[in-house]
Design a protein around this ligand. Structure first.
Ligand SMILES: [Cu+2]
Length: 187
């Protein structure tokens, strides 16, 4: 079976090898059979390597993280932006490892990003009006890239379960000013 399939492959790969295509005498046939046998012996290690390589690839695919780029912006970033905001390039990702590549694109302000698990994506987070910040003790803070200076970049690696999440900046007044973005993590 394996010999036959190798034979087909060999013929397909080398249509120019006419001597292998039309066996004309018993002697010739025998010599071809020997060649095929030798070829199949050489094929076995190759086959094993191929299987190893493909199973390795499958493993790598299974654990490769989702990447979300997060841009923290405000009017100093560009004249076209008229409020503070968080922009992401993915609104939903698969459950598992997630890498947040966070970039503070402001030219003047410190920003940050906190990943918060939320039960209801439409409900506002508990807010401390005196501090002008989300109450961090009352939220499910899963991780953060805190206090990025203007132009600074940070990487945040998390493993997320399916559910709703919110990305917020909790510098004073920034959440209220609009620095939030939703993220849905699916099965
Ligand atoms: Cu901010």
């Amino acid at each position: 079976m394996r010999v036959a399939s190798f034979w087909t492959m060999k013929r397909t790969k080398h249509p120019g090898e006419e001597s292998l295509e039309k066996p004309s005498s018993p002697e010739r046939r025998r010599s071809i059979e020997e060649k095929v046998e030798m070829a199949s012996i050489r094929t076995i290690p190759t086959l094993a390597l191929t299987l190893l390589a493909s199973s390795g690839l499958a493993c790598a695919t299974a654990v490769s993280p989702s990447v979300v780029h997060v841009d923290l912006m405000d009017p100093s970033t560009s004249p076209s932006i008229n409020s503070m905001m968080i922009e992401t390039d993915a609104q939903n990702v698969k459950a598992g490892p997630v890498v947040f590549e966070v970039s503070n694109d402001s030219k003047t302000q410190v920003h940050e990003v906190i990943v918060v698990a939320v039960a209801n994506p439409d409900a506002p987070l508990p807010y401390d009006k005196e501090d002008d910040r989300v109450k961090e003790s009352k939220i499910a803070d899963l991780g953060e890239a805190s206090d990025l200076q203007p132009g600074e970049k940070k990487t945040l690696r998390l493993t997320l379960k399916p559910g709703n999440y919110e990305l917020i900046c909790n510098q004073p007044d920034h959440y209220k000013a609009g620095m939030k973005a939703s993220l849905l993590v699916t099965q």
